[in-house]
Write a protein that binds this ligand. Structure first.
Ligand code: F6P
Length: 491
């Protein structure tokens, strides 16, 4: 951030008395403060012009009308239809599928599956990160079931996941858009074996599938009455709004699930209708583009100053990096600019005692984002929460202000940007709005870059080679390093 033409943050505040009011926003009971970023009127105007050149408004209209925004796969992105925006057919279909999910939740609650105390949710990537975030964030006090999430193919993960579950009273939810994913199918078989070894009669009757390909779930022996479908247009990392949210709806209750959708819909309306200079996901994308493209920042740090949001950085990693970690435009041309930075992060205040040294004094510049919640929801002295919030705000102030010292070791350059998101309270509605904010910001970044955020071909090659290795079909072309590793590991 030391380019001569870019003003320092303290200069920006001094030069613009209305800076805070222009760069802070209240949307859906969430306060967004982007004033400690380097965005100024000139930069914003330049990005607004770029958005126009990129036909941003038309791209957004296409998204919300259910048009084809995922060109490489020739389909729309219909996660917004789950929240009521899209083509009438997509919206009706999503609503009908929600009714089916709700009926299953009601049936389980009413005892149609006997006594149920636990849910083993199996899925990976987008088929687990969203539900796990929801249950971890909102289900701490009063989850109706003991929901455990299992993703990794590592058997140790399976052992951990079932440790507190009773096979006799557990339902297994297998979420997979494709229903072909190696990890998920392997874990599903392990779950069947776990149930049957525990003497559960007819283990298959305890399995529920959530998928966009019901025929693939049928092929895996799951009865059609226990298959919940969602649309092909719902990308894995955008799927928590669909039946993929079943385990969360079970843990939190259907009303909470509906509130989640309503919160997201409120953010959808903001993103659709707010003017560019007051449109929070779009402005956040402008800042993202600025730091990656003009300040050469290769990473973005996200710190949840709330234990309930500790899984948010992991969720955002997939959302942002799988969506925008691309090198070619929608037309297949090499992209002209750096695309997604590495999203990383952690929880405050822990991170202050681990990684913040580099953020304050390191040579790598990292825009930082703080996410905090005004109202506490814990049983401790309110002083804990007061100190938690003050620490978050102190970090942002310190990064921006810095402090000069005669002693270079004790000098802080300052002028280090941060954004702060402060929720009034953490509930299903505000979390829905928050996640939708990140989805739209990701979309806005993609439009500004001219890339497709809805495909993920980059993950295919590794999967393919793993399967060739497993079938011993790739041996001839294997490099010496990999061959030696396989031999040494004895696999
Ligand atoms: O890792 C690639 C990926 O396809 C993700 O996009 C997806 O969320 C995850 O795998 C799981 O895929 P599925 O839901 O088809 O099992």
């Amino acid at each position: 951030m030391n380019q001569p033409s870019i003003k320092r943050l303290d200069e920006l505040f001094a030069a613009e008395p209305d800076r805070l009011s222009r760069l802070s926003f209240d949307v859906a009971a969430i306060y967004f403060d982007w004033s400690k970023t380097h965005l100024d009127a000139e930069l914003i105007q330049a990005f607004v012009d770029r958005a126009e050149t990129r036909s941003f408004a038309a791209a957004r209209d296409t998204l919300f009308a259910g048009g084809v925004v995922n060109r490489s796969e020739g389909r729309p992105a219909t996660h917004v239809a789950e929240r009521g925006s899209g083509s009438p057919e997509d919206v009706d279909l999503a609503a009908a599928r929600h009714l089916r999910t709700r009926a299953l939740v009601d049936a389980i609650e009413a005892g149609a599956f006997g006594d149920v105390t636990g849910i083993l949710h199996i899925g990976i990537g987008g088929s687990v990160l969203g539900p796990a975030l929801l249950v971890d964030a909102l289900g701490r006090r009063a989850a109706a079931f003991n929901v455990r999430f299992l993703s990794n193919i590592d058997g140790a993960a399976f052992d951990d996941a079932v440790r507190t579950l009773d096979p006799a009273t557990t339902l297994v939810v297998v979420a997979s858009k494709t229903f072909t994913t190696l990890e998920t199918l392997t874990n599903m078989e392990a779950a069947r074996a776990w149930l049957s070894e525990a003497g559960v009669e007819d283990p298959d009757s305890r399995l529920i599938a959530v998928t966009a390909r019901p025929e693939a779930a049928l092929d895996q022996g799951i009865d059609e009455t226990r298959i919940l479908q969602f649309g092909e247009g719902v990308g894995g990392r955008y799927s928590m709004w669909s039946a993929v949210g079943l385990s969360a709806a079970l843990a939190l209750g259907w009303d909470a699930f509906e509130a989640l959708l309503e919160g997201a819909a409120e953010m959808d309306r903001h993103f659709r209708f707010a003017e560019p200079d007051a449109n929070v996901p779009l402005l956040a994308a402008f800042a993202d583009r600025f730091y990656v493209e003009q300040a050469a920042c290769q990473t973005r740090g996200v710190f949840a100053y709330d234990e309930r949001l500790r899984l948010l950085p992991f969720y955002l990693q997939q959302l942002e990096m799988e969506s925008n970690g691309k090198s070619v435009t929608t037309d297949g041309e090499a992209v002209e600019r750096p695309t997604a930075p590495v999203t990383w992060g952690g929880t405050g205040t822990d991170a202050q005692h681990a990684v913040f040294q580099l953020l304050h004094q390191g040579t790598v510049q990292t825009p930082v984002e703080f996410i905090a919640v005004r109202e506490a929801d814990d049983a401790q002295d309110p002083e804990h929460h007061r100190l938690l919030l003050l620490n978050a705000f102190a970090q942002g102030a310190a990064l921006m202000q810095g402090r000069r010292s005669e002693d270079p070791q004790r000098s802080y350059s300052g002028n280090r940007p941060s954004a702060t998101i402060l929720l009034d309270r953490l509930d299903a509605r505000s979390l829905g709005a928050l996640i939708a904010f990140y989805e739209h910001r990701t979309f806005a970044n993609a439009v500004l870059l001219g890339i497709n955020p809805f495909d993920q071909f980059g993950v295919e090659l590794g999967k393919k080679i793993a399967s060739q290795l497993s079938e011993r079909a790739g041996g001839d072309n294997l490099d010496p390093s990999t061959s030696a590793l396989i031999e040494r590991a004895g696999v």
